[in-house]
Write a protein that binds this ligand. Sequence first.
Ligand SMILES: Nc1ncnc2c1ncn2[C@@H]1O[C@H](COP(=O)(O)OP(=O)(O)O)[C@@H](O)[C@H]1O
Ligand code: SF4
Ligand SMILES: [Mg+2]
Length: 336
Amino acid sequence: MNVDAPAPTRRTQVNERTILDARGLTKHFPIRNAFGWQTGVLRALDDVSFTVDKGEILGIVGESGCGKSTLGKTIMGIHQPTDGSLIFEGNDIAGAAPSAARERRRHLQYSYQDPGASLDPRWKIRRSLHEPLVIHHSGLNYDEREERVRAILQAVGLPVGHLDLYPHEISGGQQRRVGLARILTLQPSLVVLDEPTSGLDVSVQATILNLLMDLRKQFDLTYLFISHDLSVVRMICNRIAVMYLGKVVEFGETEAVFETPCHPYTRSLLSAIPTIGGARVIDTFSLEGEPPNPGNLPSGCRFRNRCPMAQQTCAEVEPELRADWPGQEAACHFAQ
Ligand SMILES: Nc1ncnc2c1ncn2[C@@H]1O[C@H](COP(=O)(O)OP(=O)(O)O)[C@@H](O)[C@H]1O
Ligand code: SF4
Ligand SMILES: [Mg+2]
């Protein structure tokens, strides 16, 4: 189903279609002991740079804990970046004062991995959908808000009667739809979708994906699509960023990365995708062991303790993303 979108550009190339420009984005969390004293730093996001073009779906993939949600939340302003710049629709949103940054981020929305997190269990769905409009469109009266909310509820495939229900009275799939409706009330241009189908039955996952594709067309949306489901990412994303321990280790056009993965980590991720009949796509790289503690990273390449190709240089020099291949970049001294 690879979506139609403008021809992809290079990772940090700004052009007239660029909607988001992230440069050197970094987020460190303090590590504290039982007394509350800081004993170290957890590098959840380390010097991440890329641009997103209007209309595209950029996939962010990697194992649990690699920093995908931290990336989404830092872009969204839920976390303050430790370093780096963020330009959204031509405006600085990382360095701006909080009130200005909030206003500039209005067309940038984050869809939580847990849809329950964005819905107050004590509120009927109607109140959850009216609330963003009350805050951001205070000029609208009740009837005008209700009209907009009903139209959006219909767009996400829910009957108007659901407005009078509480979150616990609807299914997980319907909660996702309400979460998307809540986001759409603010007319976003870029939506960060954090694991939008996780925890759902396979059949419900497919209907949510189809809905996301419909909404994208109907509301002219751009998606940052965070997922650990590589099959889905391959199906719908135009470009992907592969993350490992807070770094982007491979970036490129989806088909190029899936057909000819250059980084050993990407190769091992892809080799773990089961295909029909249980066969493997690539069976030369199996991913063993756990990632190292992000509060105590190894020197040089942070993948080296799990890498079957590691050599002495890998412990001494940290590899940077290199654009040695058409449509693809990898951060590995010996990328193939
Ligand atoms: N608010 C936080 N405080 C401290 N550490 C955090 C916080 N949020 C995430 N982390 C840590 O940052 C790393 C990346 O987490 P996360 O972005 O949630 O990964 P992912 O979404 O890829 O599973 C993990 O080691 C996680 O424990
Ligand atoms: S730089 Fe070395 S350790 Fe890192 S991925 Fe490449 S070969 Fe493996
Ligand atoms: Mg996450």
